[in-house]
Design a protein around this ligand. Structure first.
Ligand SMILES: Nc1ncnc2c1ncn2[C@@H]1O[C@H](COP(=O)(O)OP(=O)(O)O)[C@@H](O)[C@H]1O
Ligand SMILES: [Mg+2]
Length: 492
């Protein structure tokens, strides 16, 4: 019954079908995705073959296919797909696990190919099966990229352009979508999994993949050249301070000081640009919190992976389709205060919740931490000031700065340098106020000295020799020796 259409018709074109009804799609092989399947998968999935050699270790396409071979394969895919859709019982498929569906599709496609009398190499057959599975079960042409663990970010700029970030470097991929409709379709499938939709009326949407990766979609007309889809891949194996040490982001001494800082409950702001490694560093530093402490984390999208036993994780919620039910970071931080926290950890401080976090820091929740988007410690302070103003507090700026300098003990600055490497560039202490100005004191700074032959930056971490004012606190927690050793003070 598979081969109903007889032999492969070389001229067969995919029947154009509407792409409209896709928002009900789910990320599972449930009836919903299948509903829009024919539409989406009529397409020859042309993107996958070129990406396969580099991206998908499983597909055996070792060399890029010639254009002619690619076209032929695309056509085969369309035909096989159409046959599959006629033969397969979608309702039944939806009751299977992804793995079982893959197996089922594998068997059926092999059968269709032989019934059609198609001559395909094993490699080509694998590619066809892989692409069809990806379209039915997953996110189509993006699938080979999503399985790669080395990719940090995935950026789709309209249907024809897709970049990835690998090892700190931006790379253009061969991945493309058949057209804007297929891309939109996939975006819709992603966001519908979290109960949202993206269309002309609401063209901006945040979502999360099942594995925890963060997704942002911005559709036309706002995105002029087609939907922009940005995925920050969720890293299963989080980096540790030892990893940062191996990467040269910190030195052994700096690592030791950072450990002391989180153990002795200093209020810490981690500052840095996008992708500079703030969240990673925050996660690393939480590793040195005492297991007895009650920690509450507030995040826009749960990324932190605390190892302590006593952790409550909270996440904000965007408004629903009717624009209702939003829970902001501020709501969470405020609520946190009523949950008897010992430490509050805010994934990203970017709005009026800054005020509430400072209040918490000022009222006995020592050791609270958060990240802010700023390019240096001084800027981090003024960012926080701005955020407080955003909240509509009518505080004179001096009072505001006093709040900040009273609350924050240290600022750790992360940066992504132009050679793609990530460094902790400052460890800075907030020491007080001088007139109207918050006084900062660097404990350690990274100084760039030049560039080697291969274009990598050369530099080193320099301790300024200042005796940190948290020395006594380190002594109180029995960590004076560790701090002294790191700073190479011989007993002060
Ligand atoms: N010191 C580091 N060296 C190498 N890669 C890092 C380092 N810190 C973070 N990364 C990687 O950089 C990416 C962005 O890190 P993340 O902590 O999410 O940045 P941010 O929170 O500042 O946007 C992640 O893939 C992470 O694994
Ligand atoms: Mg982050």
């Amino acid at each position: 019954m598979f081969g109903r259409r007889g032999t492969a018709t070389p001229g067969a074109t995919p029947s154009p079908k509407p792409f409209g009804d896709t928002d009900k799609a789910k990320d599972k092989p449930a009836p919903a995705p299948t509903a829009d399947k024919p539409a989406e998968d009529d397409q020859p999935v042309e993107a996958a073959p070129p990406s396969a050699p580099t991206a998908e270790p499983k597909s055996k396409a070792d060399a890029p296919l010639s254009n002619e071979a690619k076209e032929k394969l695309d056509e085969v895919k369309v035909n096989v797909f159409n046959d599959l859709m006629e033969a397969v019982d979608l309702a039944e498929l939806s009751s299977l696990t992804a793995e079982q569906v893959r197996e089922e599709i594998n068997d059926m496609v092999s059968e269709i190919i032989s019934m059609r009398g198609l001559v395909l190499s094993i490699q080509e057959q694998q590619t066809v099966i892989q692409d069809i599975c990806n379209d039915i079960l997953g996110l189509g042409p993006l699938e080979p990229l999503l399985v790669r663990d080395d990719i940090a970010d995935l950026m789709v700029n309209g249907p024809d352009v897709c970049y990835i970030e690998v090892g700190g470097k931006m790379e253009k991929t061969e991945v493309s979508f058949r057209d804007q409709a297929q891309l939109m379709n996939i975006c819709q499938r992603i966001v519908s999994a979290v109960g949202r939709r993206v269309d002309e009326a609401s063209p901006i949407c945040d979502a999360r993949l099942a594995d925890g990766s963060r997704v942002n979609v911005i559709a036309p007309p706002l995105a002029i050249d087609g939907t922009a889809l940005t995925i920050r891949k969720f890293k299963k194996d989080k980096l540790t301070l030892d990893d940062l040490l191996n990467f040269g982001s910190i030195t052994p001494e700096l690592k030791q000081v950072l450990e002391v800082i989180s153990a002795i409950r200093l209020n810490t702001l981690i500052s840095g640009g996008t992708g500079s490694g703030k969240t990673t560093l925050l996660n690393c530093m939480t590793g040195h919190i005492d297991p007895d402490e009650r920690i509450i984390t507030c995040e826009d999208s749960a990324e932190l992976q605390l190892q302590q036993p006593h952790v409550v994780r909270l996440e904000t919620r965007p408004p629903n389709l009717e624009g209702k039910g939003e829970i902001t970071m501020r709501d969470l931080v405020k609520n946190c205060l009523r949950m008897r926290p010992e430490r509050i950890i805010v994934g990203e401080v970017r709005g009026p919740e800054a005020f509430d976090l400072l209040q918490a820091m000022n009222t006995g929740h020592d050791g609270s931490m958060g990240t802010v988007h700023a390019n240096n410690p001084r800027e981090a302070i003024s960012r926080v000031e701005n955020m407080i103003m955003m909240g509509g507090y009518n505080l004179p700026s001096k009072a505001m700065r006093e709040q900040i300098s009273g609350a924050v003990n240290v600022i750790v600055q992360a940066a992504r340098l132009r050679d793609g490497s990530r460094k902790i560039t400052h460890l800075t202490e907030v020491v007080g106020m001088e007139g109207e100005v918050v006084t900062l004191q660097d404990i350690c700074v990274y100084e760039i000295e030049g560039e080697d032959a291969s274009g990598k930056l050369v530099g080193r971490h320099k301790f300024t020799g200042m005796r940190p004012s948290f020395w006594d606190k380190a002594r109180y927690y029995g960590l004076e020796a560790k701090l002294a050793e790191a700073l190479q003070f011989t007993g002060a």
